[in-house]
Design a protein around this ligand. Structure first.
Ligand code: ATP
Ligand code: MG
Length: 262
């Protein structure tokens, strides 16, 4: 479904070359959940932004291959890539504050996704009904009320659910979630992980889950790719890697998981 091969990102700043991503390859198959882990600054977000055509810096040079459903994403036109993003691939950005407009009611923000991707109302004739349904799919039972609210009226966990509802509005085949639980407390984190599992199971949505937290990846993902300084150092089945990490770096990521005494 989504294949990234030998992705490299170079920045040229006043003649000085920086290569934050030098060798990233991964594959997310249909209905699969892949975890992308690595410490802060390892290039997780950059890799995904570049793959989705969202790295717009003029001084950035992207090379390698990114293929989604047979399409070469790196040579797609802006229009083609905009049609895929938000419609076939739902994107949850790392910074939750950049996803919701504080001045617009939740319902209207959700419907804007349909205005963009379902202009003639062919797929969803009743936009309000779809927005409320998506909020429910994201685990918000009080959807009718939330539809009318502004973002500041919601808790952090509820806001994250709204952001997930927005990403699944068009029932995408792939969901790309960049650290979607980092700002949340542990209990809410666990609930959001369960929600991703549910969406995957019920709609067969493939998920690329980005996190620095291997314990979350272990609960949610089938496979994992470990990133260190812009390079893949290890990848494979999550249980194999968690139980038998080959790289010291992966061992350190596992050791960094706080042990909860019960
Ligand atoms: N526009 C840019 N120009 C130059 N360097 C950049 C740019 N954006 C990011 N970087 C660098 O690229 C590296 C990778 O950044 P990235 O945001 O992908 O890390 P990350 O793995 O997502 O980290 P985190 O877990 O903190 O979100 C970092 O060292 C960062 O400083
Ligand atoms: Mg990041």
């Amino acid at each position: 479904m989504l294949t990234i091969e030998d992705l490299k990102i170079e920045f040229y700043d006043h003649g000085i070359k920086e290569v934050p991503v030098s060798n990233v390859s991964l594959h997310v198959g249909e209905g699969e959940i892949l975890g992308l882990v690595g410490e802060s600054g390892s290039g997780k977000s950059l890799s995904c932004l570049a793959a989705m055509g969202l790295l717009k810096e003029k001084n950035a040079v992207i090379s390698g291959r990114v293929e989604y459903a047979g399409k070469d994403m790196l040579s797609c036109s802006e229009k083609e890539i905009e049609d895929i993003r938000g419609k076939e691939i739902g994107f949850i950005f790392q910074d939750p504050n950049s996803s919701l407009n504080p001045l617009i009611r939740i319902g209207k923000q959700l419907e804007e996704v349909l205005v963009l991707h379902d202009k003639d109302k062919k797929l969803y004739p009743d936009r309000k009904a779809r927005a409320i349904e998506a909020l429910k799919e994201a685990g918000l039972s009080d959807a009718e009320n939330i539809y009318k609210m502004y973002p500041h009226e919601l808790s952090g966990g509820m806001k994250q659910r709204v952001i997930i509802a927005m990403a699944i509005m068009m029932e995408p085949k792939l969901l790309l979630a960049d650290e979607p639980t980092t700002a949340l407390d542990v209990t809410v984190q666990a609930q959001i992980i369960e929600l991703f599992k549910k969406i995957n199971k019920e709609k067969n949505t493939a998920i690329l889950f980005i996190s620095h937290d291997l314990s979350l990846v272990k609960v949610l993902c089938d496979k994992v790719v470990v990133l260190k300084k812009g390079e893949v150092v290890e990848s494979g089945n999550i249980n194999d890697i968690y139980n038998n990490p080959k790289e010291d770096y992966t061992k350190k990521l596992i050791a960094a998981i706080p042990k909860v005494e019960v």
